[in-house]
Design a binder for this molecule. Structure first.
Ligand code: FS2
Ligand code: SF4
Length: 542
């Protein structure tokens, strides 16, 4: 195996024996094959579109789910991945029949390869990351592929709410196919990387529209972090449609529902407030789940990443749905638009003890675009009066490396006239610290999940308009972003597309950036790593 797609990759260079995330070599290899056949399918769908033919939503969904399946900590299930490869080859074979022999002759090998299950392992070993020899081409192909994985994840959530964007899907598949094209130069791939950022904005806008149309605009909300006496179900991940189905099915059963990690922002949506059994948020970011899932006592539903390989003490209480999976954990699913049957989880919950309390109090969030726009006058006045000197975007991911304590320390060391804008599970490094407020505006404004970084971009663009500036970089906003997995890659590419410069990215720069590709990002966009809290405060705040 060779995998270097996430921030925790072994030795900051690549996992080769087994994943730091817990991914076994045979699963890592099979994920490479799933990416390969999905790229092959995408070359076929791109050829069909070029030929004026339509590609069905089902196929677009298959491409997105396949990519999502290979995101860090999403799916560890060899047989589920193998099944997706089989399905993808089957669909691709059917579509190939719609293309002329001339067009087929120009397709890449991935589009034409077919094999049975007994051939998957051997083939997988030949199609991994290292099969691209030139390190800059490899770096750009992987940077693009990881961005597309993030885009696919956001599309998949929108698809669950019956929202599709054919333009986004067509780009995603064309760009996947382009990563197989040996005729593309480094410059071509750099241009494709930036184009991916443009579609990253479109993908996040699609999901934002889907979420807010279904559940209303997030509003300032205090979320309870203690527990009640009823048995509970803990729901983690990002899929709000899954939460809606779970809340509907648990109504009146005596079972409470708690959010975990990236599901916390669901509390900010008006729609979910009508459920009396929507009890609060339990725990912290994904990487603490071993202790927190054990003390929760009830069943856990993982709707997406990030899964930590479960301990035996709660493995039989952990369920998966959607793109994620773990061997030995029951997977519950349905077709798009159909209801998932969570009755088994609810029945299990009834027999479990109530959660053990691990903390008490509340946390405040809900500062997505409409809520911040509603406060625009107060915010603008605070900037004009000098009460707020700077906004610091600290969106992104949390993770288990000790070096990430930097982000808690950085948040605490910021001058009192700065406001943190956050989104994603990165927030858990500082959302329980008492950082106070500035004239009633909390110093940590949480917009929501990682995809809600879109809100932060809209807020920046709104401030640019209000202050009549030509360049978003002239705003008093600085960026100190933490990353872990591939959704952060599409968020980063989206920010670059919007013209944001001088983003600091940590705790380490991606291992998949070759020195030359890293230089392109440094020279054109001023991307930098992090150093010490003291020095970075000086650099960013002055
Ligand atoms: Fe956090 Fe994991 Fe949100 Fe990532 S819970 S690192 O999936 O996308 O953020
Ligand atoms: Fe290693 Fe990250 Fe890949 Fe897991 S996802 S195998 S930790 S690089």
């Amino acid at each position: 195996m060779f995998c270097y797609q996430c921030q925790e990759t072994a030795g900051c260079s690549g996992c080769t024996m087994s994943g730091v995330c817990g991914k076994k070599p045979e699963v890592a290899n099979l994920q490479d094959l799933l990416v390969y056949v999905t790229k092959g399918l995408s070359a076929v769908t791109t050829a069909l579109r070029n030929d004026g033919k339509e590609v069905s939503e089902n196929i677009n969904h298959l491409v997105s789910v396949n990519l999502f399946t290979t995101i860090t900590n999403a799916n560890f299930d060899y047989y589920a991945i193998s099944e997706k490869i089989r399905e993808t080859i089957f669909v691709k074979e059917q579509l190939l029949g719609e293309l002329s022999e001339d067009v087929k002759a120009n397709l890449p090998e991935a589009a034409l390869w077919t094999g049975t299950e007994d051939e998957f392992d051997a083939k997988a070993k030949t199609v991994g990351i290292l099969s691209t020899e030139n390190e800059d081409i490899r770096s750009l192909r992987e940077l693009i592929t990881y961005g597309l994985k993030g885009l696919a994840a956001y599309s998949k959530h929108a698809n669950a709410l019956i929202r599709d964007n054919e333009e986004v899907d067509a780009f995603l598949q064309k760009a996947l196919a382009d990563t197989l094209d040996d005729s593309l130069s480094v410059d071509d791939l750099v241009a494709l990387t930036l184009e991916a950022g443009k579609y990253g904005v479109a993908g996040m806008a699609l999901l934002d529209e889907a979420n807010t149309a279904a559940y209303g605009n997030p509003e300032i909300t205090q979320v309870n972090i203690g527990v009640r006496n009823n048995p509970g179900i803990l729901i983690s991940g990002h899929d709000l449609k899954d939460l809606e189905m779970l809340l509907e099915q648990t109504k009146g059963t005596g079972v409470d529902v708690y959010t975990h990690s990236e599901m916390l922002p669901a509390h900010y949506y008006p729609f979910f407030k009508k459920y009396d059994n929507f009890a609060g948020n339990y725990g912290n970011a994904w990487w603490k789940q071993k202790e927190e899932f054990a003390s929760f006592n009830g069943p856990i539903l993982m709707t997406t990443n990030c899964i930590v390989p479960p301990a035996d003490s709660y493995k039989d209480r952990m369920f998966t749905t959607g793109a994620c999976g773990y061997p030995g954990c029951k997977h519950i699913d349905s077709e798009y638009g159909q209801t998932k049957d969570f009755s088994e989880i609810i029945e299990m919950a009834k027999k479990c003890d109530a959660p053990t309390e691990i903390e008490t109090g509340t946390i405040t969030g809900g500062f997505a675009h409409e809520q911040v726009f509603a406060l625009a006058d107060t915010v603008v006045d605070a900037v004009k009066s000098g009460a707020i000197k700077k906004f610091v975007v600290m969106a992104g991911c949390d993770g288990r490396s000790k070096s990430r304590s930097y982000y808690s320390e950085f948040a605490q060391a910021l001058p009192k006239d700065t406001v943190i804008l956050t989104a994603g599970c990165a927030k858990y490094k500082y959302n329980k610290l008492d950082l106070g407020d500035i004239g009633g505006i909390p110093r940590v404004l949480d917009a929501g999940q990682c995809n809600d970084s879109y809100s932060l971009a809209l807020i920046a663009l709104k401030l640019k308009e209000v202050f009549e500036l030509d360049d978003v970089n002239d705003l008093p906003i600085v960026y100190n972003i933490s990353w872990y997995e591939q959704k952060a890659v599409i968020v980063l590419l989206a920010l670059l597309y919007l013209g944001v410069k001088n983003i600091h990215l940590g705790p380490t720069l991606p291992a998949f950036l070759s020195p030359n590709v890293a230089n392109v990002l440094v020279e054109n966009f001023g991307i930098a790593g992090i150093t010490t809290v003291e020095d970075d405060i000086k650099t960013l705040i002055g």
